[in-house]
Design a protein around this ligand. Structure first.
Ligand code: GCU
Length: 395
C-alpha cells in the first residue's frame, strides 16, 4: 500500500490533515522522493545553503591532553575557521574521547547553550572571548564553569565508552535577531539575505556538518558511529542536521518541540506564529508566511523525522514540558513510522504512546520522562542504551 494512503488513515484529524509523506513503495522510490521533500523544508522552513560557496574551512588542533578526568579521557580543542578571504567565522570544538577502548569510539555530538566551559567542570576548557560577540548577553566568566554539567552528564557518557563533541551554538550564528547577518551567515550570503536564506537553525545545522567533516578525520572516532543530538533549540538543529547530512548515523532529539520533533498541526504549545514572532531569525523568511495559516504549511515535522529513515531515530521529552509537549512529539513520530516500515523495520511497539517513564527502543525510540523542559542523566541513560543497541556496547 502506498505510504500516502497509510498516512491518511494514521494521522491528522479531519480539521487539519497532515501533509502526506511522498508516495513510495520501495526504499529506492523513497530515496528519490526524500530529495524533493528536503527541498520543501529548505524553501518553507529552515532555508537553503547556497549550492556553491567560496568558503574555505580549516581545522586546527589547539590542545590535546590524554589526562582529562584523571586520565579517563583525552580532551581536544579544535578550532574550526571559516573564511572567504574577506570575512571570517570560527568555533572551537571540544572533544572528549574515553581512553583505553579497543576500537575507535562512537560519539555524541551536540551544540551547547552557554559556551564549552559550561558543559563540565574541567578547568582546562578555554573560556570563550566575550569581546568576539555582538550579543551583549554573551558574557563569559569562570563562575559559569560546569554550570550545565547536569544536562551534559559527561563523566557517565565517557564511562559508558562514548566520546562527546560540542561547540557553542552562538559561535557561528549568535542566537538573536542579528545572528544570521554576522559570522557564518555573512559568509554564506555575502550578497545579502533573502526569504530563502537560512536562519540560526539552518546555519548551525550546516556548521554541524562542517564539524562532522572534522570529526570524521579523528582517528579515535568511528566515522560511521557519530550521533547528532541536542536539547530544545539545539534539538531542532540536530534534527535538521541529521536530515540533511546522512553521514550522521543516528539522530536523537531531546525535547526539541516546535520546529523540531513536534507537529505544528494541532500544536497548542508553540505555533508557527509563536516561533515567527519570538524567534524570527531561526528560520527562513518564508516560514513566517504560514503564521496563522498552519493548514497551508506545505510540510510538517513528521516528514522531517521521516527524512532520518532508515537510520535509527530517538525522540524524547518530559511530561510537564510546556514547549515540547509529548502528545505533539509522539503524534509526529507515529506519523513518520511508515517510512521506517518501508525499510523493513517493525515499529508496532510505537503504535500507542508509551506511558511516562517507559522507553521504547527499536529502529525508532521514544520516551517521556517525568519532569519539566530539560535533559537529565535519565535521558542520557536511555540514549546510551539506544546507542548500545544499534552500535554494540563499547569495549
Ligand atoms: C524557548 C522556545 C522553544 C525552545 C526553547 C529552548 O522556550 O520557545 O521553542 O525549544 O526555548 O531552546 O530551550
Amino acid at each position: 500500500m502506498k505510504l500516502l494512503i497509510l498516512l491518511a488513515c494514521l494521522a491528522g484529524g479531519p480539521e487539519m490533515p497532515l501533509p502526506a509523506l511522498p508516495e513510495a513503495d520501495t526504499p529506492e522510490e523513497w530515496t528519490a522522493e526524500r530529495v524533493k521533500l528536503t527541498g520543501l523544508f529548505e524553501t518553507d522552513e529552515y532555508g537553503k545553503i547556497p549550492d556553491n560557496t567560496d568558503i574555505d574551512v580549516r581545522f586546527r588542533t589547539m590542545s590535546s591532553d590524554s589526562l582529562a578526568f584523571d586520565g579517563a579521557a583525552t580532551r581536544k580543542e579544535i578550532s574550526v575557521e571559516f573564511s572567504d578571504g574577506k570575512r571570517k567565522a570560527a568555533t572551537t570544538v571540544l572533544l572528549y574521547v574515553p581512553n583505553g577502548l579497543s576500537r575507535p569510539a562512537a560519539a555524541f555530538f551536540s551544540l551547547n547553550f552557554g559556551g564549552n566551559h559550561t558543559v563540565c567542570d574541567d578547568p582546562e576548557i578555554t573560556l570563550p572571548d566575550s569581546s568576539a560577540f555582538r550579543n551583549p548577553k554573551y558574557r563569559f566568566s569562570e563562575s559559569q564553569r560546569g554550570a550545565d554539567s547536569l544536562s551534559w552528564n559527561i563523566r557517565e557518557t565517557l564511562a559508558r565508552g562514548y566520546a562527546v563533541a560540542t561547540y557553542f551554538n552562538g559561535d557561528l550564528c549568535e542566537d538573536w535577531l542579528h545572528g544570521p547577518e554576522d559570522d557564518l551567515g555573512a559568509l554564506l550570503y555575502p550578497e545579502g539575505r533573502d526569504s530563502l536564506s537560512c536562519g540560526f537553525i539552518g546555519i548551525n545545522a550546516w556548521g554541524m556538518s562542517r564539524v562532522m567533516d572534522c570529526l570524521m578525520r579523528e582517528e579515535t572516532i568511528d566515522p560511521g558511529k557519530i550521533i547528532v543530538t541536542g536539547c530544545s533549540r539545539n534539538g531542532k538543529i540536530a534534527l535538521w542536521a541529521g536530515a540533511t547530512d546522512e553521514r550522521f548515523a543516528m539522530v536523537i532529539s531531546s525535547s526539541s518541540g516546535s520546529g523540531g520533533a513536534s507537529l505544528f498541526r494541532g500544536n497548542t504549545a508553540e505555533t508557527i506564529a509563536d516561533i515567527s514572532k519570538h524567534f524570527p531569525y531561526w528560520m527562513a523568511g518564508n516560514f513566517a508566511k504560514y503564521a496563522g495559516k498552519t493548514e497551508e504549511f506545505p510540510v510538517d515535522q513528521h516528514q522531517l523525522l521521516a527524512l532520518i529513515a532508515p537510520r535509527p531515530l530517538y525522540v524524547s521529552d518530559s511530561n510537564r514540558d510546556i514547549y515540547a509537549v509529548p502528545k505533539d512529539e509522539y503524534a509526529s513520530v507515529k506519523a513518520a513510522l511508515p517510512v521506517f516500515g518501508l525499510f523493513g523495520y517493525d515499529t508496532e511497539e510505537l503504535d500507542r504512546q508509551p506511558e511516562t517513564g517507559k522507553a521504547i527502543m527499536g529502529q525508532v525510540g521514544f520516551h517521556t520522562k517525568a519532569g519539566t523542559h530539560s535533559i537529565t542523566a535519565e535521558d542520557w541513560r536511555h540514549y546510551y542504551d539506544f546507542a548500545d543497541l544499534h552500535f554494540g556496547k563499547p569495549e
